[in-house]
Design a protein around this ligand. Structure first.
Ligand code: PSV
Ligand code: MN
Length: 381
């Protein structure tokens, strides 16, 4: 239970805006119009779960004149500001790349965008700059894959050089989309070598939606923790692609296996500095309850993974007891920890059932009535 008490999960500001697919983005009553309203909604998740004390921002989606004031606003609502996510994927100039671009002026612009993000971090007190790039090509021969890696390394180096003492850079990989032939940071290995070259303050962000079907993600977790390069998670769930569904929804067993490796590798220990973040969107379900469900799912699978009897497991593994080892693993996974977690919450002055507590609170009805007019925020600002 001590380990559980230490768990905190960062929620993304964009989860509270409207989202959808290229077919339709549905509007919903009460959707935030401003970064402040997104933060107020995010604060509800923490209020009812005690698990989500920080809100990640996307820049420039969450651009405000005064980020220090935004930080104070968050504090007044009982939360802090977390990771700053850069964005070089929605500007015409970056059609053929950003940090990898062949044109020095466009590459400079993309680097400068990240330096602005660092400025924002100085004002918000954020620790992490998270970089995900849409850079890549669609056709064999379209780009010089090798040259693009070299330019990426140089661009990252220039950004890294401007990080403050307490800052970190996390590089996120994704195996496809929006580029389909090759992606410049497609896998953990590329993110690893690029961040290794930068130095200690750079590490890898693992987004659970960014692998080919069937990939053993817990192996990647184990390896990156072993190498001291697992900086953060972007948690979500996928059935087919980068679906951004509620974490633990598609495959709770996978989430359990990931959390088991996190615990095995000391990833819950503060000194290892792993940041647990959601990167999700809610297309058809209510957003605040969607986020509450998400952080509860992470907590639930963490609690189950904490039940693993590591001594017994090691003994079974070392003696070649294949089925015994597997049974220990499955026993932990199949244990229903919900009653224990309800008690744990009650002991901390939280509601036993955060979903019900939020529904009863009247907050949703309040924002539905109050947030009339203006432009509703969406995944793209
Ligand atoms: C890209 O698919 C990604 O996972 C990156 O983290 C972006 O910042 C985020 O999604 C936007 O939703
Ligand atoms: Mn992500």
């Amino acid at each position: 239970m001590d380990q559980l008490a230490r768990q905190s999960i960062e929620v993304p500001s964009w989860a509270y805006g409207n989202s959808g697919t290229r077919f339709k983005v549905f509007g919903t009553p009460g959707t935030p119009r401003t970064p402040e309203e997104k933060i107020a909604d995010a604060a509800q998740v923490h209020r009812h779960t005690g698990l989500a004390p920080r809100v990640a921002l996307h820049y420039p989606w969450d651009k405000v004149d005064d980020f220090a004031a935004l930080g104070r606003f968050a504090e007044d609502h009982g939360v802090g500001l977390g990771t700053i996510n850069s964005n070089t994927f929605q500007n015409d100039d970056y059609k053929f790349g950003s940090l990898t671009h062949t044109d020095p002026a466009i590459r400079r612009q993309a680097i400068d965008h990240h330096l602005q993000c660092i400025e924002v971090m100085n004002q918000t007190g954020s620790q992490d700059l998270k970089i995900w790039l849409a850079d890549g090509t669609n056709y064999p021969g379209q780009g010089d894959i090798r040259g693009r890696q070299d330019r990426l390394a140089d661009s990252l180096q220039q950004i890294y050089a401007q990080l403050g003492e307490a800052h970190r850079l996390v590089l996120e990989y994704k195996f496809f989309e929006p580029a389909f032939y090759h992606t410049d940071v497609p896998d953990w290995g590329t993110a690893f070598v690029q961040t290794l070259a930068l130095g200690e303050k750079a590490s890898v962000c693992l987004d659970t939606g960014h692998h080919a079907p069937g990939t053993n993600i817990e192996f990647i977790v184990a390896q990156l923790l072993r190498l001291g390069k697992l900086g953060s998670f972007d948690f979500n769930s996928r059935f087919y692609a980068d679906d951004d569904l509620i974490v633990g929804a598609a495959d709770p067993f996978q989430l359990f296996r990931i959390m088991a490796e996190v615990i095995r590798g000391g990833g819950l220990d503060a000194e290892n500095g792993v940041v647990f973040m959601l990167d999700q969107c809610h297309n058809v379900e209510a957003k605040i309850p969607g986020q509450i469900r998400s952080v509860l799912n992470v907590q639930e699978m963490t609690a189950r993974a904490l039940l693993l009897d590591h001594e017994a497991l090691a003994a079974a593994q070392e003696s070649g007891d294949v089925l015994g080892a597997n049974e220990l693993y499955m026993d932990a996974f199949y244990t229903d920890v919900r009653p224990a977690l309800a008690e744990w919450r009650a002991s901390r002055g939280l509601s036993e059932n955060p979903m019900a507590a939020f529904a009863r609170s009247g907050y949703q009805e309040g924002i539905n009535a109050a947030r009339v007019g203006g432009t509703q925020a969406s995944w793209g600002a």
